[in-house]
Design a protein around this ligand. Sequence first.
Ligand code: FAD
Length: 405
Amino acid sequence: MSKSVDVLIIGGGPAGFFAAISSKTHHPDQSVCILEGSNKVLSKVLISGGGRCNVTHACFDPKQLIRYYPRGGDFLLNPFKTFHCEHTVEWFESRGVSLKTEEDGRMFPVTNSSKTIADCLEREAKKASIAVKTGERVTSISPSDGGWMVQTSTSIWKARNVILASGSNQLIWNQLERLGIEIIEPVPSLFTFRCAHPLFSELPGISVPTARLTYESISTDGPLLITHRGLSGPAVLKLSAWAAREFNQVDYTFTCRINWLGKSRDAVESDLLAYADAHAKSYVRSQPLFDLPKRLWTSILNFCDISENRNWAEFGKKQRTSLVEALTATRVEVTGKDTFKEEFVTAGGIALHQINPKTMELIEHPGLFAAGEVLDVDALTGGFNFQGSWTTGFLAGKTLGTKNE
Ligand SMILES: Cc1cc2nc3c(=O)[nH]c(=O)nc-3n(C[C@H](O)[C@H](O)[C@H](O)COP(=O)(O)OP(=O)(O)OC[C@H]3O[C@@H](n4cnc5c(N)ncnc54)[C@H](O)[C@@H]3O)c2cc1C
C-alpha cells in the first residue's frame, strides 16, 4: 500500500527543512513530509562552521551576493531578490535565534553552536506538523497519475509535488538522469593544495594577509597560509572553487603562481628602488619589507641567492628582477588536494537551464522542484552555501502550495 501526502521532500538537510517549513507557512492546508535516508536529520548543519554553523553572510545586496557563487550566481539573482541574507537573519531572529556578524561578514548564532540552528529548524517543523521520516532512503522517483511516485527502502509514497533536496547524492542524480534530466558532473570544490616548494618547505604556520594566487587566467586574493602539506587559507579555497572543474580535469596536478604581496610587478619594483635609495647602507636581510613575516622574507632572499652581507647600495638590477619575480610570481607545482576541515561542497548537479528560477520547478517536469546542493549551485566559504539552500528551499516551498490550489 502506498502512502499519500501533498508535498514530499527528499532529504532532511537545510534545504529540505526550509522548503518544508516554507510550504507549510505559505499553505498551511498542505500535508508535508520529509524523507531522510540516514537516521539523523540536519547532520551537515550540526558539523558546519566548526560546530558553530556559519548560517549566512552580512551581504544584503543581491547583485553583490551573486559574486560569491562560482556556479549559479546569475541564476540566483532573481531568487535573491525574493529571499536573501537579510531575510535569513529576520527569519531566524523572529524565531528566537539571534545571529552575530564577525569582522569578515560571516554570521553565526550568538550561542556559537550549530545545534541552535538545527533545533530551531526541527522545532519549526514540529510546530507546523511536518512529518519527518528518517531511515527512508529514496531509491526511485517516477511520474504517476499527474503526480509522483517515490520508492524508498521501506515504502512507496505518492505526492502531487516532490521537492528534491538530497544534496550531493549520486543515487538521486542517477534517478533524475533516468527521467531525462541533465546533471552536470559533480566535482569537489573548496579544498586546499598539496605542494612542496624550497621557498616555503620550512615555513608551516606562516601566513600573509593579502596574497594573490593565479592559475592560468583565474586569480584570487586573500590571506594565504603555508601548511605542512602545502597551501591553505581563503586565497586557496577561493581558487579551488573558481577553478573546481579545471582542477578536476587535470587531476589536481597543475602549476599556479603566488604573488605574496598582491601588488603588480611595477609597483613592487618601484617600492624596492625607493627603499634602496633611502636605506643604501642597510643590509637587505636586516628588515623585512612589505610587512612580510621575517622568516618568509629570509627564505625568499635565500631562494634568490641574495647573500647575508649585501646592502641596498649593492643591490643590482639582476637581483632586483629576481626578487620581484619571487615576490610576485613564485611558481608552485601542485600535486594533489586535501580536504578543508571547515567546509567543502560539490560543484555540479541539476543543470540550471532546466529550472524556473522563480519557482525552482523543473520546467519539463511539472510538480518536481529542487533546492540546495542537488542543483548546480555552489559558493565560496562564508555562509553562502547555506544561503543558497535557504533561498532555493524557501522559493520551492512557497510555490508548491500554489501548485496544489
Ligand atoms: C564539514 C562541512 C562544514 C560546512 N560548513 C558550512 C558553513 O558553515 N556554512 C555554509 O554556508 N555551508 C557550509 N557547508 C556546506 C553546507 O553544509 C551545504 O551547502 C548544505 O548542507 C547543503 O544543504 P542541502 O540541504 O542541499 O544538502 P545536505 O545538507 O547534504 O542534505 C541532504 C540530505 O538529504 C539526505 N539524502 C541524500 N540522499 C537521500 C536519499 N536518496 N533519500 C533520502 N534522503 C537522502 C542526506 O542524508 C542529507 O540529510 C559545510 C559543509 C561541510 C561538509
